[in-house]
Write a protein that binds this ligand. Sequence first.
Ligand code: GTP
Ligand code: ZN
Length: 227
Amino acid sequence: MKTATAETNKVSTLPLSDEAARVRDALIKHGLETPMIENGLSTEEKYQRIKAAFEDVVYTLGLDINDDSLSETPHRIAKMYVKEIFSGLDYSQFPKITVIENKMNVDEMVKVSDISFTSTCEHHFVTIDGLAKVAYLPKNKIIGLSKINRIVRYFGQRPQVQERLTQQVLVTLQTLLETDNVAVSINATHYCVKARGVMDASSSTQTTALGGLFKRSDKTRSEFLAS
Ligand SMILES: Nc1nc2c(ncn2[C@@H]2O[C@H](COP(=O)(O)OP(=O)(O)OP(=O)(O)O)[C@@H](O)[C@H]2O)c(=O)[nH]1
Ligand SMILES: [Zn+2]
């Protein structure tokens, strides 16, 4: 069975950026932080504990851990949790943000649609598959477009409920852009609804978080929600 190397599990080596620290503080202030505890475990320790736990799951299900297809599954899951699908629990992984001064005085809506992302439902630890739409009315700052997609994906890389994910993206952009005038809408399929439980293959869930003028002005809200 594969054992961890310093290389495979190197995740939390970057110092926290100023943006990441400001976003974390804003989420805490708004009561929107993911419920996390500081357990003092290093990335390597997290990997080792998750791997050991999944060896137990494989054994408990009565599967043969020595089979060549299964033997590395605990390693794969531990690596996937720590480095991939839950890497957004680590603020050192917050994307590098490029914000520029709004010297061109853009004051019309900037809207990014069809941002594809996946996340993981925190109730069942199965996939959420969604599209996000994000808009803002520029004030003093303009953000690099791809950074909006990266922010959605960063918060997707956590155990989530869709409502919190939507709000986290809203407050993050409000913090970075220094304006309340931000809107976020997410449409997603939850595999805990589709592939188990109620087994509904066609329903999807829409959540919306509106700030500033997007909430107060019918016209601005309609322009955002229109397409
Ligand atoms: N509001 C909200 N609920 C979610 C989200 N993801 C999953 N859920 C729901 O969380 C609920 C958990 O309900 P429980 O009754 O504790 O769990 P369960 O017995 O597995 O429920 P079923 O899914 O109905 O089989 C379910 O209704 C899920 O559909 C989400 O992002 N937002
Ligand atoms: Zn679920």
